[in-house]
Ligand binder design. Structure first.
Ligand code: NAD
Length: 255
């Protein structure tokens, strides 16, 4: 690796598994000082120890939890350069089945959690010792553009686009030098999909066919996009939507 993130302090949420774990491993390899933030202490601590990151217990849906993390970063690091708002969950419930509780629980993680993350990051990044600056990356999905039956998930991932653009434009207008972008993975082989494939093997073929490349993405491919957006090479990239989905949203369904 090439030390593209050397001397940068990064928080990655939802990083005890899947795409977030892949980002932690790659960000560490690129020289960043990484704080892996997750509700899953057992896996989070293990992965952090394996790659030289720190673990922080964080429930993204809790404002109190973010406040504790902000204090820890101020005390321990004195700066924040990168936040990846990556934690996300699914309900598996369509519009006829979704309940108020299920809807609110998903939104509290996938959208409220992301908004709280942006607020916390801006507060820290504005106080960076060398001057205000940083990069916020929000994990959206190809589902921001193409619906699936999980109505809360689809709505939340469309919402991430609006949140990201609003944050980016505000930070630019205020001269904060804080960029904010969303990344849009397609079907990526993480635990969520592995479990679904174990239960119904035909899911694997269906996921492969989503992309004209006829395969799913890997966590490493998503992490590579995050490294670019986190790095100084992306200095003119803000309010953007960055696809890592093998062309999934660009083709009609197969005939
Ligand atoms: N896997 C895919 O095909 C795919 C495709 C597009 C987008 N995404 C998005 O990528 C992100 C990561 O997905 P993944 O597939 O790696 O999922 P995953 O289930 O492997 O990992 C999700 C992580 O989020 C953590 N988490 C859950 N609730 C949390 C909370 N309240 N606070 C902090 N952490 C919490 C979990 O403990 C877990 O470590 C999600 O936002 C998801 O919507 C995934």
């Amino acid at each position: 690796m090439s030390d593209r993130l050397q001397k940068k302090v990064a928080v990655i949420t939802g990083a005890a598994s899947g795409i977030g774990e892949g980002m932690v491993r790659r960000f560490c390899a690129e020289g960043a000082q990484v704080i892996l933030a997750d509700v899953d202490e057992a896996n989070g601590s293990r992965i952090a120890a394996e790659c030289g990151a720190d673990f922080a217990l964080l429930d993204v849906s809790s404002a109190d939890s973010w406040q504790l993390l902000e204090k820890k970063i101020r005390d321990d690091e004195g700066r924040l350069d990168i936040l990846v708002n990556n934690a996300g969950v699914v309900t598996g419930l369509d519009i006829t089945a979704v309940t108020v509780d299920a809807w609110q629980q998903l939104m509290s993680i996938n959208l409220l959690g992301m908004m709280l993350g942006c607020q916390t990051a801006i507060s820290l990044m504005r106080d960076n010792p060398g001057g205000s600056g940083g990069s916020i990356i929000n994990t959206a999905s190809s589902t921001s553009y193409l619906a699936i039956p999980d109505v809360a998930y689809t709505t939340s991932k469309a919402g991430v686009v609006g949140l990201t653009k609003s944050v980016a434009v505000h930070c630019a207008n205020e001269g904060f030098n804080i960029r904010c972008n969303s990344i849009h993975p397609g079907a990526t082989l993480t635990n969520i999909l592995k479990t679904a494939i174990e239960q119904a093997p035909e899911v694997e073929e269906a996921c492969n066919k989503m992309s004209p490349l006829n395969r799913m993405g890997t966590v490493e491919e998503v992490a590579a996009m995050a490294v670019f957006l986190a790095s100084d090479e992306a200095s003119f990239c803000t309010a953007g939507q960055y696809a890592v989905e093998g062309g999934t949203v660009s083709q009609h369904p197969k005939m």
